[in-house]
Design a protein around this ligand. Structure first.
Ligand code: P6P
Length: 336
């Protein structure tokens, strides 16, 4: 029987990349394998979330007598656990934890990366069965190897990212990650329990027909944003339209669709939240890196997201991200 070797697993893919750089230590490949392992464990729980609800809400005790943790706390513990017990990460910052976590053991202190992540973004959508996701960002430490990582390791601008990625727990479970060499997507094959290369070398189409924004906040947006949204609604066929408004309310699902098919996602500042809702370090930056490597753009309305110097772990930012030509058109309204 011929062995189907055409479909590479994530491990085979990262090792093939590693073989092209003999001087590489393999730490990043191991880190990605750690993230994929945690994603598989989270995927199992996300897929039975409805059952968990039937058997008892978070905080209750399930039929096995186990404490049922909120899924995003469960996901946080899975990603933190694999990174703490791996060999590639000195510490983490998480949406679920007030401060960054220094692993501070001999092996971790020698590790050259730190990771920021949102373990389960959009978890409010779980009980209505809408796709949710994990988002992560990888930096090389600026602090001295051999010692515990420091706050400076986590507060680097997005343009210093070494890698970034996300997992979308949807109709299938996909892991997409980017390095400066490219963006590649892997779909979980349940028959072998491995993420397998399904979307090699993802490029964000220069133009698209999807625009994603919460229309409920329309009258709270700046006039320039309202004018652009109005223009999206008026797009005729000869101007690249008509556009479709698609907004799932789960950033990973919305940005993933726009990355693959072309489109723009906007979470502007509002009168109530002028600084926006989304988090810079583990939501905007990783997606800005991924979409940027794929040929798209991402700004906060004033500057490129990747150039923003972070001041704190959980700071928020307005976010406009997607196809190059759509972002350039938006910028003409913002400059007007
Ligand atoms: P709104 C989910 O809570 C989230 O953080 C993102 O995944 C999503 O894009 C956004 O918030 C939706 O926010 O205010 O439009 O419901």
């Amino acid at each position: 029987m011929a062995i189907n070797r055409s479909v590479l697993t994530l491990d085979e893919f990262t090792l093939a990349q590693l073989r092209q750089f003999p001087t590489a230590t393999g730490e990043l490949s191991r880190l990605l394998r750690d993230m994929a392992l945690a994603a598989k464990r989270v995927n199992v729980e996300v897929n039975k979330a409805g059952l968990v609800d039937i058997l008892g809400d978070a905080g209750s005790v399930n039929v096995q007598g186990e404490d049922v943790k909120k899924l995003d706390i469960f996901a946080n513990n899975q990603f933190m656990g694999v990174l703490k017990h791996g060999i590639s990460c000195a510490g983490i910052g998480s949406e679920e934890m007030d401060d960054f976590v220094v692993f501070d053991d001999e092996v971790s202190n020698q590790s050259k990366y730190v990771v920021l992540f949102d373990p389960l973004d959009g978890s409010g959508n779980i009980d209505v069965n809408v796709s949710i996701g994990t988002i992560f960002s990888v930096y090389r430490r600026v602090s001295e190897l051999g010692k515990p990582c420091t706050q400076e390791d986590f507060l680097q601008p997005g343009n210093k990212q070494v890698a970034a990625g996300y997992v979308v727990y949807g109709s299938s479970t996909m892991l997409v990650y980017a390095t400066r060499r490219g963006v590649n997507g892997f779909t979980l094959d349940p028959s072998i329990g491995e993420f397998t290369l399904s979307h090699p070398d993802i490029k964000c189409p220069e133009a698209g027909k999807f625009y994603s924004v919460n229309h409920g906040n329309f009258f709270q947006y700046d006039e320039s944003v309202r004018k652009y949204i109005d223009a999206c609604q008026r797009k005729t066929k000869d101007a690249g339209g008509p556009y479709t408004q698609r907004y799932i309310g789960s950033m990973v699902a919305d940005v993933h669709r726009n990355l693959i098919k072309g489109g723009i996602f906007m979470y502007p500042g509002t009168i109530e939240k002028p600084g926006g809702k989304l988090r810079l370090l583990y939501e905007a930056n990783p997606f800005a890196f991924i979409v940027g490597v794929a040929g798209g753009l991402a700004t906060n309305g004033k500057q490129r997201i990747l150039d923003v110097q972070p001041a704190s772990l959980h700071q928020r930012t307005p976010l406009f991200i997607g196809s190059k030509k759509m972002m350039e058109e938006l910028e003409t309204y913002m400059k007007a």
